[in-house]
Design a binder for this molecule. Sequence first.
Ligand code: HEM
Length: 366
Amino acid sequence: MVDDHTLILNRDRRNYTGLGVARDGLLVANGQKWARNRRLLTPAFHFDILKPYTNVFNASADVLVAKLKSKAASNDRFDVFQNVDTNPYVKAVNRITDSLVQRFLYPYMLFDFIFYKTSVGRQFKKDCNFVHSVAEEIIHKRKNALDSGENVALEGKRYVDFLDILLTARDEEGVGLSSLEVRNEVDTFLFEEYQKRCQQEVDQVLEGRDSDFVEWSDMPKFEFLTQCIKEGMRLHGPVPIVNREVKEDFEIGGRNIPAGSIVQLNIWALHHKESVWGPDHMEFKPERFSPENVDKMSPFQFVPFSAGPRNCIGQHFAMNEEKSVLAKLLRNFTFRIDTSHVVKKNLSAVMRTVDGMFMYVEERKA
Ligand code: HEM
């Protein structure tokens, strides 16, 4: 019996990933379940659904701008990864991913009866319960609203969001997602969303813009910003490694890989491979992603969102969010890195830092 907090290490991709947080969400589900849920969720990422999110992106960016204004006024340095967002949900998710990494590093912790006796294990359980309760409360409220005929979302009185799609989606047999399935998907999305928000490329993508509210139609106009974001994701990929379970024997580079093996795809290493990116692969050069250069690229040389059928379902959402938040930040502020602090990478489920990445922020004069 596998409970919500169990990490089991066998050769199954889902379990190997070991995310007790959302163990059957799209990110870690398998086979038919994955195929069905991916089909049910795909409409949630249609451009028409993503479009009204510009309001959410702008409103969230305004909150961030207000927080940074106080940092600018006091001339305090701030940690890009910690200080700005002190949301307890974000903190809990960060602790959860850190403790998963610890379990891999200290194999004795893989045994549940040991793990849950340690302080890390006890905190893990507490954090899992907390993030589940947050997700459940959100689902519960929305479900009640939808059930009580208050079908506001679907009648277009406000924007339709992921949760509306999850709660109303039906497969060919008319069967919807169960409550646990919905929660697993909500956990997965919250996790992705929060974890990846403040990635390191923020400190490199410092290009200004005039308009305050970032419109959907502005997105394709941010050509250089997009190149900077992509180069940031190449240099410091938010998801450094993905794992796959091999379904059939195959051969690669003269080696036989038997079915059942777990293959780790090191995206970070691919994005730094000298034969692909050149000897200057550690340098930040957004022009690598100019249209002429992109035309010459292999479709599998730059894969921050992975590739193939299990690629990131949220990639357009993520790119648009990054563009609009960065545009607003850059319109308001000039950022300066605290070079006295050496940034060390912390390879967690997503790339973070060991002890922060510090910046100073200054308000731009109109
Ligand atoms: C910069 C931001 C993001 C990056 C770099 C990123 C990257 C990735 C990568 C590499 C995968 C493949 C993981 C694997 O195969 O193990 C993935 C899958 C996934 N991502 Fe993202 N992601 C981002 C943002 C988002 C957002 C904002 C959402 C949701 C709103 C999201 C939802 C998902 C889901 C549900 C999957 C699993 C898809 C499947 O297996 O069918 N991601 N992402």
